[in-house]
Design a protein around this ligand. Structure first.
Ligand SMILES: Nc1ncnc2c1ncn2[C@@H]1O[C@H](COP(=O)(O)OP(=O)(O)OP(=O)(O)O)[C@@H](O)[C@H]1O
Length: 256
């Protein structure tokens, strides 16, 4: 029997007012797998990640991490929204890296990384510092640990953000177009850190426009359009022989 997926989304839906941002989104991410979400602007990729991270509440279907239903509990045959404390606990199983790095500007790189483990996980400071140094080293920033965000390049800030997310030891890393706000010459260093992470066995769901990364690092690609999953498959196959016309049109527009 194959292992159950780490993330399971089943027919997930989400509306903003009358706009249906997600409809019937079904996908799975296995442990150790890197899945890339691609698709045109407005297709719902960010909204889906935000539902997984519970920054948004989905309104149809179900989302499970490690078999636990996210955001709701069942009682008396009905689903009831979880209280915020429970949602915060569930949220810790994911680590999110945003388009804009969102570091605390008044804290050094090291302080940014230890903040969550000390405050939310109640780790002893010395232990959190040792772990943060190890993580900053891993993303190539050991010698920048005492710098404030303003003194770091965008690529360095994004690598601090990756270390900060990892410090919470999430089961699933979520990346929302992590290189799209960067100057082109800084994109490679962030993709490199993500590639290393993937090689070390991290489970990752990555919204990206970087098709080279998706091909090289992604195990699978999911193509979304207008809030729905149009097609998914092994990265190489999806990029070289897409089955659906909408996928073909998107790829030819992106690849020129
Ligand atoms: N908070 C919100 N309120 C209203 N509409 C929203 C909200 N967030 C997203 N939407 C709408 O939902 C749709 C999906 O947006 P989403 O950001 O998920 O797309 P995306 O595929 O990530 O796009 P991009 O590649 O441009 O980031 C869009 O039409 C967007 O305008």
């Amino acid at each position: 029997m194959s292992a159950p997926p780490l993330l399971r989304a089943w027919r997930v839906g989400k509306s903003f007012g009358t706009h249906r941002a997600l409809e019937d989104v079904t996908l799975e991410v296995a442990r150790g797998e890197v899945v890339c979400l691609i698709g045109p602007s407005g297709s719902g990729k960010t909204t889906f990640l935000r539902c997984v991270n519970q920054l948004e509440r989905y309104d149809a279907g179900g989302l499970w991490i490690g078999g636990e239903l996210l955001g709701f509990r069942e009682a008396g045959g009905r689903l009831h929204p979880l209280p915020e404390r429970e949602i915060a606990r569930q949220r810790r199983s994911t680590g999110m890296v945003f388009q804009r790095f969102n570091l605390f500007p008044h804290m050094t790189a090291l302080e940014n990384v230890i903040e969550g483990p000390i405050r939310a996980l109640r780790r002893p400071r010395a232990e959190a510092v040792a772990e943060a140094r190890r993580l900053l080293d891993r993303v190539g920033l050991f010698n920048r640990q005492d710098y404030y965000p303003a003194a770091l390049s965008g690529g360095q800030q994004q690598r601090v953000a990756i270390a900060r997310a990892l410090a919470m030891r999430p089961e699933l890393m979520l990346f929302d177009e992590p290189t799209s706000a960067l100057d082109p010459e800084l994109v490679g260093e962030v993709l490199g850190a993500m590639r290393d992470l993937a090689r070390s066995g991290s489970t990752m769901l990555v919204v990206t426009h970087e098709l080279g990364f998706a091909r090289e690092v992604g195990n699978r690609i999911v193509f979304m359009d207008a809030g729905r999953v149009v097609e998914s498959g092994p990265s190489q196959a999806l990029l070289t022989s897409p089955q659906e016309e909408r996928t073909r049109n998107f790829l030819s527009a992106v690849l020129g």
